[in-house]
Write a protein of this length. Structure first.
Lengths: 214, 214
DNA sequence: GTAGGCGGAATTGGCTCCATTTTTGGAGAA
DNA sequence: TTCTCCAAAAATGGAGCCAATTCCGCCTAC
Protein backbone atom coordinates (compact mmCIF):
# COMPACT_ATOMS: atom_id res chain seq x y z
CA UNK A 1 0.00 0.00 0.00
CA UNK A 2 1.78 3.08 1.24
CA UNK A 3 4.05 1.68 3.88
CA UNK A 4 6.85 0.46 1.66
CA UNK A 5 7.40 3.71 -0.16
CA UNK A 6 10.05 4.77 2.31
CA UNK A 7 12.72 2.37 1.11
CA UNK A 8 13.34 4.11 -2.18
CA UNK A 9 11.87 7.57 -1.80
CA UNK A 10 13.61 8.46 1.44
CA UNK A 11 17.07 6.87 1.38
CA UNK A 12 18.15 8.77 4.50
CA UNK A 13 16.85 6.33 7.06
CA UNK A 14 15.98 7.77 10.46
CA UNK A 15 18.62 6.21 12.66
CA UNK A 16 18.60 6.71 16.37
CA UNK A 17 20.61 9.73 17.50
CA UNK A 18 22.22 7.64 20.22
CA UNK A 19 23.70 5.29 17.63
CA UNK A 20 24.96 8.14 15.48
CA UNK A 21 26.65 9.82 18.42
CA UNK A 22 28.05 6.48 19.53
CA UNK A 23 29.56 5.87 16.11
CA UNK A 24 31.18 9.29 16.03
CA UNK A 25 32.75 8.62 19.41
CA UNK A 26 33.93 5.11 18.53
CA UNK A 27 35.43 6.14 15.21
CA UNK A 28 37.27 9.00 16.85
CA UNK A 29 35.39 11.70 14.94
CA UNK A 30 34.69 13.18 18.35
CA UNK A 31 37.97 12.71 20.24
CA UNK A 32 38.22 12.14 23.97
CA UNK A 33 37.70 15.28 25.97
CA UNK A 34 35.48 16.98 23.38
CA UNK A 35 32.70 19.08 24.88
CA UNK A 36 29.35 17.88 23.57
CA UNK A 37 27.23 21.00 23.46
CA UNK A 38 23.55 20.25 23.07
CA UNK A 39 23.07 23.00 20.48
CA UNK A 40 25.85 21.62 18.31
CA UNK A 41 24.59 18.04 18.46
CA UNK A 42 21.09 19.29 17.67
CA UNK A 43 22.33 20.82 14.44
CA UNK A 44 24.87 18.10 13.68
CA UNK A 45 22.33 15.28 13.67
CA UNK A 46 19.35 17.43 12.70
CA UNK A 47 17.27 16.39 15.68
CA UNK A 48 15.49 17.98 18.61
CA UNK A 49 16.72 18.90 22.05
CA UNK A 50 15.06 16.03 23.96
CA UNK A 51 16.58 13.50 21.56
CA UNK A 52 20.03 14.93 22.19
CA UNK A 53 19.45 14.84 25.90
CA UNK A 54 18.29 11.24 25.90
CA UNK A 55 21.31 10.21 23.86
CA UNK A 56 23.69 12.01 26.22
CA UNK A 57 22.00 10.49 29.24
CA UNK A 58 22.18 6.99 27.80
CA UNK A 59 25.82 7.28 26.86
CA UNK A 60 26.69 8.73 30.25
CA UNK A 61 24.99 5.71 31.82
CA UNK A 62 27.25 3.54 29.70
CA UNK A 63 30.20 5.64 30.87
CA UNK A 64 31.08 6.71 27.35
CA UNK A 65 30.57 10.39 28.06
CA UNK A 66 31.13 12.21 31.31
CA UNK A 67 28.43 14.41 32.79
CA UNK A 68 29.46 17.54 34.65
CA UNK A 69 26.33 19.00 36.24
CA UNK A 70 25.50 22.47 35.01
CA UNK A 71 28.65 22.37 32.91
CA UNK A 72 27.93 19.94 30.15
CA UNK A 73 28.93 16.58 28.72
CA UNK A 74 32.28 15.58 27.29
CA UNK A 75 33.67 12.45 25.69
CA UNK A 76 35.14 10.27 28.37
CA UNK A 77 38.88 10.50 28.79
CA UNK A 78 40.12 7.13 29.94
CA UNK A 79 43.46 6.76 31.59
CA UNK A 80 45.89 3.88 31.33
CA UNK A 81 44.82 2.57 34.71
CA UNK A 82 41.23 2.06 33.63
CA UNK A 83 42.21 0.69 30.24
CA UNK A 84 44.30 -1.96 31.93
CA UNK A 85 41.50 -2.79 34.34
CA UNK A 86 39.01 -3.26 31.54
CA UNK A 87 41.45 -5.45 29.64
CA UNK A 88 41.91 -7.55 32.77
CA UNK A 89 38.17 -8.05 33.03
CA UNK A 90 37.91 -9.11 29.41
CA UNK A 91 40.81 -11.53 29.80
CA UNK A 92 39.20 -13.15 32.83
CA UNK A 93 35.83 -13.45 31.16
CA UNK A 94 36.91 -14.63 27.75
CA UNK A 95 39.58 -17.07 28.91
CA UNK A 96 37.13 -18.24 31.54
CA UNK A 97 34.72 -19.50 28.92
CA UNK A 98 37.33 -20.85 26.51
CA UNK A 99 36.60 -24.40 27.65
CA UNK A 100 32.92 -24.02 26.79
CA UNK A 101 33.77 -22.54 23.40
CA UNK A 102 35.83 -25.61 22.61
CA UNK A 103 33.12 -27.91 23.91
CA UNK A 104 30.57 -26.37 21.55
CA UNK A 105 32.88 -26.00 18.57
CA UNK A 106 31.07 -28.03 15.94
CA UNK A 107 32.61 -28.31 12.44
CA UNK A 108 29.94 -25.96 11.10
CA UNK A 109 30.73 -23.38 13.77
CA UNK A 110 34.42 -23.56 12.92
CA UNK A 111 33.61 -23.10 9.26
CA UNK A 112 31.46 -20.06 10.00
CA UNK A 113 34.17 -18.53 12.14
CA UNK A 114 36.74 -19.01 9.41
CA UNK A 115 34.42 -17.26 7.02
CA UNK A 116 34.02 -14.34 9.43
CA UNK A 117 37.78 -14.15 9.87
CA UNK A 118 38.07 -13.96 6.10
CA UNK A 119 35.50 -11.16 6.00
CA UNK A 120 37.66 -9.26 8.48
CA UNK A 121 40.68 -9.73 6.22
CA UNK A 122 38.64 -8.53 3.29
CA UNK A 123 37.40 -5.46 5.11
CA UNK A 124 40.88 -4.47 6.18
CA UNK A 125 41.64 -4.01 2.50
CA UNK A 126 38.49 -2.69 0.97
CA UNK A 127 36.11 -1.69 3.76
CA UNK A 128 35.45 1.57 5.52
CA UNK A 129 36.61 2.01 9.08
CA UNK A 130 33.13 1.27 10.32
CA UNK A 131 32.69 -1.84 8.18
CA UNK A 132 36.01 -3.05 9.46
CA UNK A 133 34.94 -2.41 13.02
CA UNK A 134 31.68 -4.27 12.43
CA UNK A 135 33.48 -7.22 10.89
CA UNK A 136 35.67 -7.46 13.97
CA UNK A 137 32.59 -7.28 16.17
CA UNK A 138 30.87 -9.99 14.16
CA UNK A 139 33.82 -12.35 14.48
CA UNK A 140 34.13 -11.93 18.22
CA UNK A 141 30.40 -12.10 18.70
CA UNK A 142 30.25 -15.43 16.88
CA UNK A 143 33.22 -16.69 18.84
CA UNK A 144 31.67 -15.78 22.18
CA UNK A 145 28.32 -17.19 21.09
CA UNK A 146 29.91 -20.62 21.20
CA UNK A 147 29.88 -20.45 24.97
CA UNK A 148 26.09 -20.51 24.82
CA UNK A 149 25.70 -17.53 27.12
CA UNK A 150 23.89 -14.66 25.43
CA UNK A 151 24.08 -12.36 28.44
CA UNK A 152 27.83 -12.72 28.44
CA UNK A 153 28.03 -11.76 24.79
CA UNK A 154 26.08 -8.61 25.51
CA UNK A 155 28.11 -7.70 28.56
CA UNK A 156 31.40 -8.10 26.76
CA UNK A 157 30.04 -5.98 23.92
CA UNK A 158 29.22 -3.24 26.42
CA UNK A 159 32.58 -3.51 28.13
CA UNK A 160 34.42 -3.35 24.84
CA UNK A 161 32.55 -0.17 23.90
CA UNK A 162 33.90 1.53 27.00
CA UNK A 163 37.45 1.34 25.80
CA UNK A 164 36.96 1.35 22.07
CA UNK A 165 38.04 4.93 21.52
CA UNK A 166 41.66 4.07 22.17
CA UNK A 167 41.89 0.83 20.11
CA UNK A 168 40.35 2.43 17.04
CA UNK A 169 43.22 4.85 16.89
CA UNK A 170 45.60 1.96 17.42
CA UNK A 171 44.00 0.29 14.44
CA UNK A 172 45.39 2.97 12.25
CA UNK A 173 48.63 1.08 11.98
CA UNK A 174 48.63 -1.49 9.22
CA UNK A 175 50.86 -3.82 11.20
CA UNK A 176 48.41 -3.99 14.10
CA UNK A 177 45.50 -4.78 11.79
CA UNK A 178 47.37 -7.57 10.09
CA UNK A 179 48.37 -9.04 13.42
CA UNK A 180 44.76 -9.01 14.57
CA UNK A 181 43.73 -10.78 11.40
CA UNK A 182 46.39 -13.44 11.92
CA UNK A 183 45.33 -13.91 15.53
CA UNK A 184 41.76 -14.47 14.42
CA UNK A 185 42.82 -17.36 12.23
CA UNK A 186 45.09 -18.77 14.93
CA UNK A 187 42.21 -18.72 17.38
CA UNK A 188 40.06 -20.69 14.97
CA UNK A 189 42.92 -23.14 14.55
CA UNK A 190 43.25 -23.64 18.29
CA UNK A 191 39.50 -24.02 18.54
CA UNK A 192 39.45 -26.69 15.87
CA UNK A 193 42.39 -28.52 17.46
CA UNK A 194 40.66 -28.26 20.83
CA UNK A 195 43.86 -26.86 22.31
CA UNK A 196 42.56 -25.10 25.42
CA UNK A 197 45.84 -23.63 26.75
CA UNK A 198 46.75 -22.29 23.32
CA UNK A 199 43.31 -20.77 22.83
CA UNK A 200 43.53 -19.05 26.20
CA UNK A 201 46.98 -17.74 25.37
CA UNK A 202 45.79 -16.34 22.06
CA UNK A 203 42.73 -14.71 23.59
CA UNK A 204 44.85 -12.95 26.19
CA UNK A 205 47.36 -11.78 23.60
CA UNK A 206 44.58 -10.57 21.36
CA UNK A 207 42.85 -8.58 24.07
CA UNK A 208 46.00 -7.01 25.43
CA UNK A 209 47.15 -6.26 21.90
CA UNK A 210 50.55 -7.58 22.81
CA UNK A 211 53.11 -8.53 20.16
CA UNK A 212 52.54 -12.12 19.13
CA UNK A 213 55.27 -14.68 19.68
CA UNK A 214 55.70 -18.11 18.15
CA UNK B 1 25.91 30.69 56.48
CA UNK B 2 22.68 29.30 55.12
CA UNK B 3 23.88 26.26 53.23
CA UNK B 4 24.00 23.81 56.10
CA UNK B 5 20.44 24.29 57.25
CA UNK B 6 19.22 21.42 55.08
CA UNK B 7 20.65 18.65 57.20
CA UNK B 8 18.23 19.09 60.06
CA UNK B 9 15.36 21.12 58.66
CA UNK B 10 14.68 18.94 55.63
CA UNK B 11 15.23 15.32 56.64
CA UNK B 12 13.55 14.04 53.47
CA UNK B 13 16.64 13.99 51.26
CA UNK B 14 16.01 14.33 47.53
CA UNK B 15 16.98 10.92 46.22
CA UNK B 16 17.06 10.21 42.54
CA UNK B 17 13.81 8.87 41.17
CA UNK B 18 15.70 6.18 39.27
CA UNK B 19 17.07 4.79 42.52
CA UNK B 20 13.68 4.86 44.21
CA UNK B 21 12.06 3.01 41.33
CA UNK B 22 14.97 0.60 41.22
CA UNK B 23 14.56 -0.15 44.91
CA UNK B 24 10.86 -0.81 44.53
CA UNK B 25 11.57 -3.25 41.74
CA UNK B 26 14.41 -5.00 43.56
CA UNK B 27 12.49 -5.37 46.79
CA UNK B 28 9.51 -6.77 44.92
CA UNK B 29 7.19 -3.92 45.83
CA UNK B 30 6.50 -3.68 42.11
CA UNK B 31 6.28 -7.32 40.98
CA UNK B 32 7.31 -8.54 37.56
CA UNK B 33 4.79 -7.71 34.88
CA UNK B 34 3.44 -4.61 36.61
CA UNK B 35 2.52 -1.79 34.25
CA UNK B 36 4.43 1.37 35.16
CA UNK B 37 2.09 4.20 34.24
CA UNK B 38 3.86 7.53 34.13
CA UNK B 39 1.06 9.37 35.91
CA UNK B 40 1.16 6.87 38.78
CA UNK B 41 4.92 7.09 39.20
CA UNK B 42 4.68 10.86 39.08
CA UNK B 43 2.38 10.84 42.09
CA UNK B 44 4.06 7.91 43.83
CA UNK B 45 7.47 9.55 43.98
CA UNK B 46 6.20 13.13 43.97
CA UNK B 47 8.26 14.12 40.96
CA UNK B 48 7.75 15.55 37.49
CA UNK B 49 7.03 13.86 34.21
CA UNK B 50 10.51 14.24 32.68
CA UNK B 51 12.07 12.68 35.77
CA UNK B 52 9.79 9.68 35.48
CA UNK B 53 10.62 9.35 31.83
CA UNK B 54 14.37 9.48 32.38
CA UNK B 55 14.11 6.85 35.10
CA UNK B 56 12.06 4.55 32.85
CA UNK B 57 14.47 5.04 29.97
CA UNK B 58 17.48 4.28 32.14
CA UNK B 59 15.94 1.14 33.61
CA UNK B 60 14.85 -0.06 30.19
CA UNK B 61 18.45 0.38 29.03
CA UNK B 62 19.49 -1.83 31.93
CA UNK B 63 16.81 -4.33 30.88
CA UNK B 64 15.01 -4.06 34.16
CA UNK B 65 11.81 -2.78 32.62
CA UNK B 66 10.40 -3.56 29.21
CA UNK B 67 9.38 -0.76 26.89
CA UNK B 68 6.38 -1.29 24.62
CA UNK B 69 6.25 1.68 22.24
CA UNK B 70 3.02 3.66 22.56
CA UNK B 71 1.86 1.12 25.12
CA UNK B 72 3.93 1.74 28.21
CA UNK B 73 6.58 0.23 30.43
CA UNK B 74 6.31 -2.86 32.60
CA UNK B 75 8.60 -4.58 35.04
CA UNK B 76 10.70 -7.11 33.20
CA UNK B 77 9.86 -10.75 33.61
CA UNK B 78 13.18 -12.56 33.76
CA UNK B 79 13.39 -16.21 32.91
CA UNK B 80 15.50 -18.91 34.51
CA UNK B 81 17.73 -19.07 31.46
CA UNK B 82 18.95 -15.52 31.91
CA UNK B 83 19.30 -15.86 35.66
CA UNK B 84 21.54 -18.86 35.20
CA UNK B 85 23.60 -17.09 32.56
CA UNK B 86 24.18 -14.09 34.80
CA UNK B 87 25.16 -16.33 37.67
CA UNK B 88 27.67 -18.04 35.40
CA UNK B 89 29.20 -14.70 34.51
CA UNK B 90 29.52 -13.70 38.14
CA UNK B 91 31.11 -17.02 39.01
CA UNK B 92 33.68 -16.66 36.26
CA UNK B 93 34.52 -13.09 37.21
CA UNK B 94 34.63 -13.44 40.95
CA UNK B 95 36.48 -16.75 41.08
CA UNK B 96 38.79 -15.38 38.39
CA UNK B 97 40.07 -12.66 40.72
CA UNK B 98 40.15 -14.74 43.87
CA UNK B 99 43.94 -15.04 43.62
CA UNK B 100 44.33 -11.27 43.56
CA UNK B 101 41.99 -10.87 46.50
CA UNK B 102 44.21 -13.21 48.51
CA UNK B 103 47.34 -11.45 47.35
CA UNK B 104 46.04 -8.11 48.62
CA UNK B 105 44.46 -9.42 51.81
CA UNK B 106 46.27 -7.41 54.46
CA UNK B 107 45.39 -7.99 58.13
CA UNK B 108 43.57 -4.66 58.20
CA UNK B 109 41.49 -5.62 55.16
CA UNK B 110 40.56 -8.93 56.77
CA UNK B 111 39.53 -7.10 59.93
CA UNK B 112 37.36 -4.67 57.98
CA UNK B 113 35.69 -7.51 56.12
CA UNK B 114 34.91 -9.31 59.35
CA UNK B 115 33.33 -6.16 60.65
CA UNK B 116 31.18 -5.86 57.51
CA UNK B 117 30.15 -9.49 57.83
CA UNK B 118 29.09 -8.72 61.39
CA UNK B 119 27.07 -5.75 60.20
CA UNK B 120 25.27 -8.08 57.80
CA UNK B 121 24.48 -10.43 60.69
CA UNK B 122 23.22 -7.51 62.71
CA UNK B 123 20.99 -6.25 59.91
CA UNK B 124 19.44 -9.64 59.37
CA UNK B 125 18.04 -9.33 62.88
CA UNK B 126 17.22 -5.68 63.31
CA UNK B 127 17.46 -3.98 59.95
CA UNK B 128 14.91 -3.24 57.27
CA UNK B 129 14.98 -5.23 54.06
CA UNK B 130 16.81 -2.39 52.33
CA UNK B 131 19.41 -1.96 55.07
CA UNK B 132 20.01 -5.67 54.88
CA UNK B 133 20.44 -5.45 51.13
CA UNK B 134 22.86 -2.55 51.50
CA UNK B 135 24.89 -4.39 54.12
CA UNK B 136 25.24 -7.32 51.74
CA UNK B 137 26.32 -4.95 48.97
CA UNK B 138 28.87 -3.29 51.22
CA UNK B 139 30.45 -6.61 52.17
CA UNK B 140 30.77 -7.81 48.59
CA UNK B 141 31.99 -4.43 47.43
CA UNK B 142 34.77 -4.46 50.01
CA UNK B 143 35.63 -8.03 49.11
CA UNK B 144 35.88 -7.25 45.41
CA UNK B 145 37.82 -4.08 46.12
CA UNK B 146 40.68 -6.29 47.29
CA UNK B 147 41.34 -7.23 43.69
CA UNK B 148 42.35 -3.64 43.06
CA UNK B 149 40.16 -3.32 39.99
CA UNK B 150 37.59 -0.57 40.41
CA UNK B 151 36.03 -1.12 37.00
CA UNK B 152 35.36 -4.73 37.90
CA UNK B 153 33.60 -3.72 41.10
CA UNK B 154 31.32 -1.42 39.15
CA UNK B 155 30.60 -3.97 36.46
CA UNK B 156 29.68 -6.65 38.95
CA UNK B 157 27.43 -4.17 40.73
CA UNK B 158 25.67 -3.51 37.41
CA UNK B 159 25.37 -7.17 36.59
CA UNK B 160 23.98 -8.00 39.99
CA UNK B 161 21.27 -5.36 39.55
CA UNK B 162 20.00 -7.14 36.47
CA UNK B 163 18.81 -10.19 38.26
CA UNK B 164 18.27 -9.07 41.82
CA UNK B 165 14.50 -9.39 41.80
CA UNK B 166 14.60 -13.16 42.12
CA UNK B 167 17.21 -13.41 44.90
CA UNK B 168 15.42 -10.88 47.06
CA UNK B 169 12.38 -13.11 47.18
CA UNK B 170 14.68 -15.99 48.05
CA UNK B 171 15.94 -13.91 50.94
CA UNK B 172 12.57 -14.13 52.51
CA UNK B 173 13.48 -17.46 54.01
CA UNK B 174 15.33 -17.16 57.29
CA UNK B 175 17.40 -20.24 56.53
CA UNK B 176 18.79 -18.72 53.36
CA UNK B 177 19.77 -15.51 55.11
CA UNK B 178 21.58 -17.35 57.86
CA UNK B 179 23.43 -19.45 55.32
CA UNK B 180 24.54 -16.33 53.48
CA UNK B 181 25.80 -14.86 56.73
CA UNK B 182 27.75 -18.02 57.50
CA UNK B 183 29.23 -18.06 54.00
CA UNK B 184 30.44 -14.50 54.45
CA UNK B 185 32.43 -15.48 57.52
CA UNK B 186 33.76 -18.61 55.83
CA UNK B 187 34.96 -16.52 52.91
CA UNK B 188 36.85 -14.22 55.25
CA UNK B 189 38.36 -17.30 56.91
CA UNK B 190 39.54 -18.70 53.59
CA UNK B 191 40.91 -15.29 52.68
CA UNK B 192 42.87 -15.05 55.91
CA UNK B 193 44.18 -18.60 55.52
CA UNK B 194 45.10 -17.81 51.90
CA UNK B 195 43.29 -20.95 50.81
CA UNK B 196 42.61 -20.21 47.12
CA UNK B 197 40.65 -23.37 46.15
CA UNK B 198 38.43 -23.06 49.21
CA UNK B 199 37.76 -19.38 48.55
CA UNK B 200 36.80 -20.15 44.97
CA UNK B 201 34.52 -22.94 46.10
CA UNK B 202 32.78 -20.66 48.60
CA UNK B 203 32.34 -17.85 46.10
CA UNK B 204 30.69 -20.18 43.61
CA UNK B 205 28.41 -21.65 46.23
CA UNK B 206 27.49 -18.21 47.47
CA UNK B 207 26.62 -16.87 44.05
CA UNK B 208 24.61 -19.89 42.99
CA UNK B 209 22.88 -19.90 46.36
CA UNK B 210 23.45 -23.61 46.54
CA UNK B 211 23.16 -25.54 49.81
CA UNK B 212 26.48 -25.43 51.62
CA UNK B 213 28.34 -28.63 52.35
CA UNK B 214 31.18 -29.32 54.78
C1' DG C 1 -27.37 -13.00 20.42
C1' DT C 2 -23.01 -12.11 18.62
C1' DA C 3 -19.58 -9.96 15.98
C1' DG C 4 -17.70 -6.06 13.94
C1' DG C 5 -17.10 -1.24 13.59
C1' DC C 6 -17.10 3.34 15.64
C1' DG C 7 -16.30 6.93 19.08
C1' DG C 8 -14.52 8.70 23.41
C1' DA C 9 -11.32 8.55 27.17
C1' DA C 10 -6.75 7.92 28.70
C1' DT C 11 -1.94 7.43 28.13
C1' DT C 12 2.31 7.99 25.80
C1' DG C 13 5.77 10.83 23.74
C1' DG C 14 7.55 15.00 21.45
C1' DC C 15 8.34 19.90 21.63
C1' DT C 16 9.01 24.47 23.03
C1' DC C 17 9.45 27.95 26.40
C1' DC C 18 11.73 29.62 30.60
C1' DA C 19 14.56 29.84 34.86
C1' DT C 20 19.10 28.91 36.89
C1' DT C 21 23.86 28.55 36.52
C1' DT C 22 28.22 29.20 34.39
C1' DT C 23 31.40 31.46 31.52
C1' DT C 24 33.42 35.03 29.07
C1' DG C 25 34.50 39.62 27.88
C1' DG C 26 35.19 44.24 29.22
C1' DA C 27 35.87 48.02 32.24
C1' DG C 28 37.85 50.08 36.16
C1' DA C 29 41.22 50.39 39.77
C1' DA C 30 45.66 49.39 41.90
C1' DT D 1 50.05 46.62 32.61
C1' DT D 2 47.65 43.36 35.25
C1' DC D 3 44.32 41.71 38.41
C1' DT D 4 39.66 41.79 39.98
C1' DC D 5 34.92 42.44 39.80
C1' DC D 6 30.67 42.97 37.40
C1' DA D 7 27.50 42.32 33.76
C1' DA D 8 25.78 40.23 29.71
C1' DA D 9 25.41 36.24 26.86
C1' DA D 10 25.12 31.44 26.31
C1' DA D 11 24.33 26.90 27.71
C1' DT D 12 22.18 23.56 30.75
C1' DG D 13 18.21 21.52 32.78
C1' DG D 14 13.35 21.53 34.16
C1' DA D 15 8.31 21.81 33.45
C1' DG D 16 4.17 22.06 31.34
C1' DC D 17 1.43 21.82 27.10
C1' DC D 18 -0.30 19.45 23.02
C1' DA D 19 -0.63 16.07 19.33
C1' DA D 20 -0.73 11.11 18.09
C1' DT D 21 -1.66 6.55 19.13
C1' DT D 22 -3.91 2.99 21.63
C1' DC D 23 -7.39 0.75 24.35
C1' DC D 24 -11.97 0.09 26.08
C1' DG D 25 -16.82 0.39 25.88
C1' DC D 26 -21.00 1.00 23.31
C1' DC D 27 -23.90 0.87 19.55
C1' DT D 28 -25.48 -1.02 15.39
C1' DA D 29 -26.21 -4.40 12.05
C1' DC D 30 -26.56 -9.02 10.58
Amino acid sequence: MSEDRMETEAPEEKKDVTDLLLQDILTGTLPAGTWLKQIDLERRYDCTRPEVRRALDRLSQKRLVQHNPNRGYQVYELDDQRTREISDIRVILETGIADRMIANATPEAVRDLRELANVFDEMSFRGSIMEHYDANLAFHRALLMLAGNIELVNIIAEIRQRTASAPVSQWRTRARIEQSAREHHLMVDALEARDLPELRRLIEIHIRQAPIKA
